[in-house]
Design a protein around this ligand. Sequence first.
Ligand code: KIV
Length: 273
Amino acid sequence: MSTYTVEDPRKVTTRRLQEMKDKGEKIAMLTAYDYSMAKLIDEAGMDVILVGDSASNVMAGNMTTLPITLDQMIYHAKSVIKGVKRALVVCDMPFGTYQGNSKEALASAIRIMKESHAEAVKMEGGAEIIESIERILCAGIPVMGHLGLTPQSINKFGTYNVRAKEEAEANKLIEDAKLLEQTGCFAIVLEKIPAELATRVSRSLTIPTIGIGAGNGCDGQVLVMHDMLGINKGFSPRFLRRYADLGTIIEDAVGNYIKDVKSTDFPNASEQY
Ligand code: KIV
């Protein structure tokens, strides 16, 4: 049973997110990659579930988000969708499926929507990918933007440190955010940027911003599920709040199971036919 009670049980849409921003109601977003976790997260009352390309790290064990493929993202999104009744499901477009040209970007987005039944896509970047965003929006596919620390560009950045601390980068981010809004994105993720800048951007836009490591001036927050549940134990940046220590709970439970099997305690008389 969730500790949170959903006030509005209607299916969350991009329009509803806009109403939430207009009313000053914060948006809760979390990642999920499979049916069972998505079902639990949706039943707990989450507004938006992101099938993040962080699946590359937390599901596939890669060092970066770059290796995950379109087929793999579609597989994850398809599984998530089956577990979700209320939350809006957004699927990340993986690296290499939209940066080349806008036709290719549209084809990738259409595959995501058609094959997984996700309800929107998320894309990293500003002015440099605007043609792709326009084309995808023209096809009636809602697009969530993503600025600041954009992990698909890790090889350009060379580090996962806070972005846009310098004036030039902050100004570019402000311009990109405006451009994404004007082009028709329904929301923008702001990752790992100074809280003051995120607040300024959030106040200047009419569409909602969803922050991760961007302070509480954003219109919503997103975390990676494995990080906030303590499954990804080695990752503890300052912005992360851990809501559970599932890593330890799982290790203890599995250890107890092994002990019981080895000692022949499991299965007992009532656990067999
Ligand atoms: O892939 C992901 O999980 C993300 C979030 C960190 C916003 O893009």
